[in-house]
Design a protein around this ligand. Structure first.
Ligand SMILES: Nc1nc2c(ncn2[C@@H]2O[C@H](COP(=O)(O)OP(=O)(O)OP(=O)(O)O)[C@@H](O)[C@H]2O)c(=O)[nH]1
Ligand SMILES: [Mg+2]
Length: 542
């Protein structure tokens, strides 16, 4: 029955002008109230709201496609109320964020690719307790309006943004206003819209303070584990949305409001709570209203959830997506007028807000990603082939943040984008050097270009290490791969230099990859490189 969620449907929302001689006619009548209360039998809890369906559809459309982290299912309904899952702590926080915090350095220049942000929706306004007063009557019928709904927090990906640095650390939506006399409903709380760049993934996460406490606790242990190990060894229990025995796959993390229990949440005027609870007529009314509360609980539980693997805003979002919904306004006393209750000196308080932390991660979307050891010449290559001007240096780890360049080609030929990321060293998967966090920026790229330096003693070894560090062949099997041997200008007459390339070429050929020697600095073979890169950016993965 839809009705249980819409007690206010009896209220035409346009307010009539108040005339002292007339009884306002937009309050529910006694009969309508009784009819509504009558519907609040035990079936009310089965009620369903069409809005829930639409929220699911929006979430499903934006569910993160590649499920990056494993969760272990512990139990499912009906054994437990939710789908209980367990997963590593590291999946609900950001190692980069923690590391940056330790260095008291939240940003790298203006570029910020991960933020942990606290969001809070608004409380619903309280219902009003009021009675019509006019010249003829000292106490007229109840006319207390409903509280306004609390504001919600929305997120939307927009054009023209390229960093998360402008985001605030905390967003708080407005509370709904309390209802007023003369059937005045409170106004809605102010909504919050968080705009983010295209390519942002929004995921539920833990309060960073809590994570830090856990990490510090473990770090104090005698074994002195590394941050990465702590984050993967510590397991976290998470409740996922699930109601029936058909719900076996966790899809959404359940959020919880600190709500009053069904049958509570009353405001009283003139007479106390105890006075009312002593009266049969109030207890009877409250049994019905408690059912209404339960239906609100179910409604909230169905909507208060976020996709487990995150909301993937890889396209401009047409409509804002609701992260946290505001609390619903409480009912004014005009809803409780019945043939038995002539003077309802009570109203409902507003429903509580939601509060949660979210991790906003910006994943650049480039067609190709450059992968190589520090100093291999990745930035030099990007510099030569595109409009981008990444920093180049003869020391390792010159590049600290990803840069994306666009490669313009002759008329009629498609342009493509290339991301230059920090260098990767042996042990990066154990968090050495800059770690592997930056790989997320090329996770969605169609192709990867491995850049090797021919002045290295063993470029083939470099390539093998790189493959291992990024996760092995399994990880790259769906990518187009191109292998570039840079710095071919160094010692070109030395046959060993040629042999190094030939060994790489053979290794690549065995795997069906193309390879090419170049000198980025002298721009030798650069136009062939651009053609091969264009091919790599375009062709469909096998
Ligand atoms: N001889 C020679 N030197 C080059 C070539 N390409 C780049 N270099 C030099 O190699 C050094 C490193 O170049 P970068 O482009 O900064 O290397 P990178 O791979 O981006 O390094 P990280 O950002 O630290 O990962 C610089 O001193 C460049 O001038 C080349 O083709 N030949
Ligand atoms: Mg670089």
């Amino acid at each position: 029955m839809l009705r249980t969620f819409q007690p206010v449907r009896f209220l035409p929302r346009t307010l009539v002008r108040y005339k002292s001689s007339a009884v306002p006619d937009n309050a529910p009548t006694l009969l309508e109230n009784e009819e509504w209360l009558g519907t609040l039998d035990d079936n009310a809890a089965m009620a369903h709201d069409a809005n829930i369906e639409s929220k699911n559809t929006i979430f499903d459309k934006h569910q993160t496609k590649n499920e990056r982290f494993p969760v272990e299912i512990k139990s499912t309904p009906p054994d437990t109320k939710y789908i209980k899952v367990q997963s590593s702590l590291g999946n609900f926080t950001s190692i980069n964020y923690l590391r940056q915090y330790n260095k008291h350095n939240h940003t790298q220049g203006n570029f910020v690719d991960v933020r942990i942000i606290q969001c809070k929706s608004g409380n619903g306004g309280n219902g009003c307790i009021s009675f019509l007063r006019d010249a003829n009557r000292r106490v007229g019928p109840p006319d207390g309006g409903d509280g306004g709904d609390g504001g919600s927090v929305y997120v939307q990906a927009v054009e023209g943004m390229n960093s998360l640095s402008k985001l605030k650390t905390r967003y708080v939506a407005g509370d709904g206003q309390a209802g007023g006399a003369r059937q005045l409903d409170g106004s809605r709380g102010k909504d919050i819209l968080i705009t983010v760049p295209k390519g942002t993934v929004v995921r539920w996460c833990l309060d960073p303070k809590v994570v830090r406490e856990m990490v510090e606790e473990d770090m104090g242990k005698s074994s002195q584990p590394a941050l990465k190990d702590i984050l993967s060894n510590r397991k976290l229990d998470v409740d996922c949305y699930g109601r029936s025995k058909e719900d076996t796959t966790p899809k959404y993390i359940q959020l919880f409001r600190e709500q009053y229990p069904a049958g509570e949440g009353w405001l009283f005027k003139d007479k106390t709570k105890e006075y009312h609870e002593d009266k049969d007529w109030f207890r009877k009314l409250n049994r019905n209203v408690a059912n209404y509360d339960r239906s609100l609980d179910i409604n909230e539980a169905s909507k208060d959830k976020v996709p487990l693997y995150g909301i993937d805003l890889d396209e401009i979002t047409e409509k804002p997506i609701c992260l946290l919904e505001g609390g619903r306004g409480g009912l004014g006393n005009m809803h409780f007028l019945t043939s038995v209750i002539r003077n309802p000196r009570f109203a409902k308080i507003g429903r509580n807000h939601l509060e949660s932390f979210f991790m906003f991660e910006l994943k650049s979307i480039a067609d190709l990603g450059l992968v190589g050891f520090p100093n291999a010449g990745k930035s030099t290559i990007l510099n030569k082939i595109s409009n981008a001007t990444p920093r180049i240096g003869s020391w390792e780890f010159t590049t600290l943040r990803p840069t994306i360049g666009t490669i313009m080609r002759g008329s009629g030929q498609e342009t493509f984008t290339v991301a230059d990321i920090p260098g990767i060293i042996e042990g990066a998967h154990l968090d050495r050097g800059m770690g592997l966090e930056f790989l997320k920026h090329i996770e969605r790229s169609k192709g990867w270009v491995f850049v090797l330096a021919l002045d290295d003693a063993d470029p083939l070894k470099q390539l093998q290490v790189l493959i291992k560090e990024v996760g092995g062949m399994e990880k790259i099997k769906n990518k187009n791969i191109l292998v570039v041997c840079n710095k071919a200008d160094i010692d070109p007459t030395n046959p060993e230099s040629m042999n190094k390339f030939l060994r790489v070429q053979e290794f690549a050929r065995e795997r069906g990859w193309d390879s090419i020697p170049i000198s980025a600095i002298n721009e030798e073979n650069i136009s062939v490189l651009i053609d091969k890169m264009a091919q790599c950016a375009k062709s469909i993965p096998k």
